[in-house]
Design a protein around this ligand. Sequence first.
Ligand code: FE2
Ligand code: ZN
Length: 468
Amino acid sequence: MSSIQRPAQLLKTVSSRVLASTAPTADGKMSHQRVVHTTRPQVSYFTKVTGQPYPQSWFTTRRLSLAAQTLQQVLTAKQHPVVATSVLHSQDVNDAIRVEFADGSTSDLSHLWLRDNCQCEKCYSKSAQGRISLLKNLDLNTHPIHVQEVPNGSITVEWNDGHISEFSGEWLHQRAFNPTSRQKRRSQYALKKVPWGGDFRPKQFDYYNMLKDNQQLLDWHLAMERDGFTLIRNAPDKDVAGPELIEHIAVVKQSHYGPHSPVVVRADANNIAWTNSELGLHNDLAQYEYMAGIIFIHCKHQHVGSGGESLVSDGLYAAEELRRHHPEAFKLLTTTDNYYWDKGVANLPWEQDEFFKIARMPVIKLDNNQEVIQVAVNNAVRDSYLDLPAHKVKQFYEAMKMYNDILYENAITFKMAEGDIIVLDNIRCLHGRLGYEAHSTRHLESSYLDWDEARCRRRRLQEKLGVE
Ligand SMILES: [Fe+2]
Ligand SMILES: [Zn+2]
């Protein structure tokens, strides 16, 4: 059946074909045998939402000769072979249509949900992949007056307002309200994070392989979502090696420090990172409400001699440790906001002339499922203003220090080699460095990518490479 047929035409065509063998059952209700490529008979029940059968006049009573019926069944089966996602059977239950797919899975599809997601060209723009219909026009009492399975595995629904929708079996199967489909969408949204401790070693990738091999790039994405920490080797010796790789992935996330930031010792540093001091474990840009999702730290020149080692710790692992062993401290850090701020003027030509950022967030941010979705640890930009009653201040410091201690206990320390880029989930993993001599040629470059862009690229790569 051509997909460009209008639903009304489609329903008409289907009715005369599928309902051809309709006959009353022993209890007087109407049922029909669906023409499908299967060994067991499939029975459909078309009942009103009240549970009453539709009046007999709804159904075509035309009867075909046995030979004609057989011929028709053979032709239909040839035209539309049943696939795993074909709807074999549908039944109206309360406020939903219960469908059974050819793979044996079932789902109750709410009337409201179906009507809201009508795929016809009046309700949905295929080119924009978005709803044209408006929520304000959705009738909360919408219900079907006729549901019909179609030989191509889809169903058509005629609604009480006369509107007709068609839903393909594949489309419904993907969105089925069962644990498998819901889990699939969850991992398409974001992959599961696996917390790690001090014995973790990041997965390594080659800079040029990531540029030329999509499978390598996808593997990197998967590792980043899972571990939040990867090591890329053999980056070229140029300041924009990080941004160039980010642009191959998606787009650079800029900050008031521009598209990339040289981490070197600078006179009149407008950020503590641009001194030779030790840097505590931190995320970059905690002064942004919408903190950069991923940080690329490229080592162009390493400090020779002792000092300049990098530290990385998994904020997720530490948060789970805190939740397990110190639930009170965990509660405090998830329910108390800190301010993080940054005020200054440009040091470099590509920086914003002047800036004054203030962000407000808890040290550990949870989602509605109580999962850790972000941590904010940055002693340099943590504000001196505290929006707390005076008597709660000490408890809050105790909790912050407890979390910080766990981060350090489980950190890994290493010295980056020239050409290395460490990439961190910046809202999950914290990084720091040991201090080094002031007159050092150590030169790192930081640049950022957002999670929205990274996950977007990962999903497209999965589609291109046919990986679920
Ligand atoms: Fe940093
Ligand atoms: Zn529609």
